[in-house]
Design a protein around this ligand. Sequence first.
Ligand code: NAD
Length: 504
Amino acid sequence: MATAVAPRLYKNYIDGDWTEPRGSGAIENRNPANSDELVGMFPASNAEDVAQAVQAAAQAYRNWRLVPAPKRAEIIFRAAELLVRRKEEFARDMTREMGKVLAETRGDVQEAIDMTYYMAGEGRRQFGKTTPSELPDKAAMCVRQPLGPCGLITPWNFPMAIPSWKLMPALVLGNTAVVKPAQETPLSVYNLLEVLNEAGIPRGVVNLVSGAGSVCGQALLENPGIKALSFTGSTEVGIRVSEVCAPLLRPCHLELGGKNIIVVMDDANLDLAVDGCIWGGFGTTGQRCTAASRVGVHKRIYREFLDRFVARANALSVGDGLDPLTDMGPAISRKQLETVIKYVEIGKAEGARLVAGGHRLEGGKYAKGWFHQPTIFADVTPGMRIAQEEIFGPVVSVIPIDGLAEGIEVANGVPYGLSSAIYTRDVNAAFSAMRDLHTGIVYVNAPTIGAETHLPFGGTKQTGNGHRESGDAALDFYSEWKTIYVDYSDRLQRAQIDTAGQIN
Ligand code: NAD
């Protein structure tokens, strides 16, 4: 159905005001389940808009860093309370702009709530260290210091959760921020900022500029006023982010692609494993950085597993995420759908056996959206492109394996290292896998998705650059240590390094 009323025109949020963009034009935000539905028009911000936002963040930083952390946390806590109150409304907005089913968008907002409460708690922690000095009448300690205005560039697949993972630790530590959301999902970040505004965040402490990555994102990246940059998105853009930050010696945090695997051993609870592979492979239409796009299955149970997995995938109901009967929503965009279709062709050409799905869904309730069938390839070999490259869609490659050693070799034989899982009832196999799977996250008897906010999140190899999001690990990126010595002896005391060999 076409939009009956004029679309809402959104603005940027700069220095505490909803601000008309200087950049010309606007970007349409359309429902991927129904391209007739215009969710809103969002600013196509340019470098001037970005400069204004960075300037506001730099100005606000002067005071915000001096606000006692527990006071900063009170505002963050209030924002969490407001998110709780508006959870359903924000989840519906998110389904309309992003497509994933309502149960999952509620989960996305819930993740933002959890992170916001968690980081409000950090207002009274942010523990430093005190330690004995090597000299008499001298104290030694170290404390966390904020970095300044942070640039936060976020993707579309977790439209509110990921921005909250970055914003809340940055703010509670005393940094200010400029957020650039994915152009596909600005509304969820708009909602998050609205809540912070209502919670009483001072002017300029958080700013939102929406627009295209190549213009607005690039301008934020290149602005020298940004003192730390956190990016979640594709490896390709992540490398570019790192190249721009390097000569500025600016800290940058990268959360990039994944090619995650579930290893199913011959002693696994098969029903549980199939449940996990369905959820891990097709949840969020396979568009999670932690999606289980590979399943390595022990040859002894291969046939039985495959039969059950295919039957369950074929039974999934694909449709509009607002319909409570829908299991799996559309792809985010025509471009993403085309990528999926391209990889299905690649898989067929490589000789993998297509055993479920494989086609775009068209006509009827699918006519106006970017829908694709849940798709499974069997008899995939580890070197095939469909087993190596991130597809970011509902396509799962099933790879036969001989045993644990081969399962781990296959698991680790990709350029990425975000998440992995093993289904087994053998404690020795489980502990070996926990040690040897080279990913930032490992699950035992659970799928590759489902991270909790109080534990570190991130990956190895091309998934990132060693930093972690979430939990107290996030504090390490958004702060730097300051070491402080206080000499109360009232005389010049030389440290050990300057008196080695000398008798006092
Ligand atoms: P993307 O790299 O296309 O875009 C991510 C963000 O970067 C967007 O806001 C985009 O506008 C911006 N951007 C694009 N070009 C830019 C440029 N030249 N300069 C500055 N900013 C620019 O990624 P996407 O399609 O939005 O998201 C999907 C990708 O994100 C997948 O690869 C997925 O694995 C990854 N991802 C990773 C994690 C993780 O935690 N590891 C989480 C979610 C998504």
